[in-house]
Design a protein around this ligand. Structure first.
Ligand SMILES: [Zn+2]
Length: 361
């Protein structure tokens, strides 16, 4: 755990925690064990009419936790134990990761997902975001390119060496003096592709910022991308593997993740375009057959479930068509398939060519 100095709305969150505890104690004082109602949030539904009103900013019902039900009581006990830890963090102006919290009472929490779920419920109960609780993500994203800013004690002068990787800062709130000479932001799914672009000196040849969340992006990578877009207003192009997991990662950036539906408005980036690899690119760029792999039964199930998501119908019908094409063709490929004929094809032709010719959707 590390002490930090930047402003937070800690007093407000502490007073909400006190209010919640008072509510429970008052119930006990009246001789009854109270129930706690927690709002439910979703990022999408599977309504095929296209007329649903899914909105991650609005609750879509409530779940009730009661002390009279044994398993619900256990969840409430865990929520209140984590609340106690959060209150201490806020009072002492310290930060902890979810992993730190787990290790404070491993026998009570039994596994990490129990802590994760308690934190999610606390955010909903207190109507605040995880960073307002001083619970911080570990940080795994990388960036490079045409930007400069200070964050905490550190200066991120990426412009000096535009092809060098910098860790994405965990505390977006600390970012100051953000300056960028970039024309666009490129988000790549994989670290291997990020390194390929760094080796190819992609950011010396193209005025851009490249970001990778190294697979499914963590909270800091998504909040950082959102912060960049809000402050420097650049288009965001996303390059993911042409398989259901790559497309799910793409959708996480644009629409938010199911697990973090309550926080979606703070993290989803509606400005994201799908640059590639599109299922229709396989033919357009004559990818060799040896690079195309058959979809596994698991891939097909995932793709079919993704096709039901209402936001694809309502907001990105072209993405939906591409996903349908993938299922119809029954094949997938990795980003690296674009390097099959030439190592530099990806950075010299595919990415800049697609951006110039607006080959994104
Ligand atoms: Zn819906």
């Amino acid at each position: 755990m590390a002490g930090r100095t930047f402003d937070s709305n800690a007093p407000e969150v502490i007073s909400k925690i006190k209010g919640l505890v008072r509510f429970i104690i008052a119930g006990v004082g009246c001789g009854r064990l109270p129930t706690v109602e927690i709002d439910r949030y979703i990022t999408y539904c599977t309504d095929s009419s296209g007329e649903c009103h899914c909105n991650p900013d609005l609750s879509c019902g409530k779940k009730t936790l009661s002390f009279y039900n044994e398993s619900q009581a256990q969840r409430l006990i865990i929520i209140f134990r984590v609340l106690g830890i959060v209150r201490q963090l806020l009072q002492e102006n310290r930060h902890a990761s979810k992993r730190d919290i787990y290790y404070m009472h491993p026998s009570l929490f039994s596994e990490q997902t129990v802590v994760d779920s308690a934190i999610k419920n606390i955010c909903i109960l207190l109507q605040c975001s995880r960073h307002n609780l001083n619970v911080v993500p570990a940080g795994k994203g990388l960036m490079m390119g045409w930007l400069r800013f200070t964050g905490g004690d550190r200066i991120y002068d990426c412009i000096k060496k535009p092809n060098s990787a910098y860790p994405i800062p965990v505390h977006v709130e600390e970012i100051e003096g953000l300056v960028s000479a970039a024309q666009y932001i490129l988000v790549v799914e994989k670290e291997t592709v990020f390194k390929r672009l760094a080796n190819d000196k992609f950011c010396s040849k193209n005025r851009c910022i490249v970001i990778t969340g190294r697979g499914y992006p963590d909270v800091s990578t998504r909040r950082f991308l959102k912060h960049l877009v809000e402050n420097i207003q650049l288009p965001v192009y996303c390059l993911v593997d042409c398989d259901p997991y790559g497309i799910d990662i793409l959708m996480t950036y644009k629409f938010g993740s199911t697990q973090m539906a309550f926080d979606a408005r703070l993290m989803c980036v509606p400005e994201v375009y799908w640059l590639g690899v599109l299922p229709s690119d396989q033919r357009r760029y004559s990818l060799p057959d040896r690079c195309l792999l058959p979809l596994s039964p698991e891939d097909k199930m995932k793709a079919e479930a993704m096709l039901q998501r209402c936001y694809l119908r309502k907001r990105t019908p072209l993405w939906r068509l591409e996903l349908e094409k993938m299922l119809h063709d029954g094949v997938k490929c990795e980003i690296e398939a674009l390097s099959a004929t030439s190592f530099t094809f990806l950075s010299d032709e595919y990415i800049p060519g697609k951006i110039q010719r607006e080959g994104y959707i």
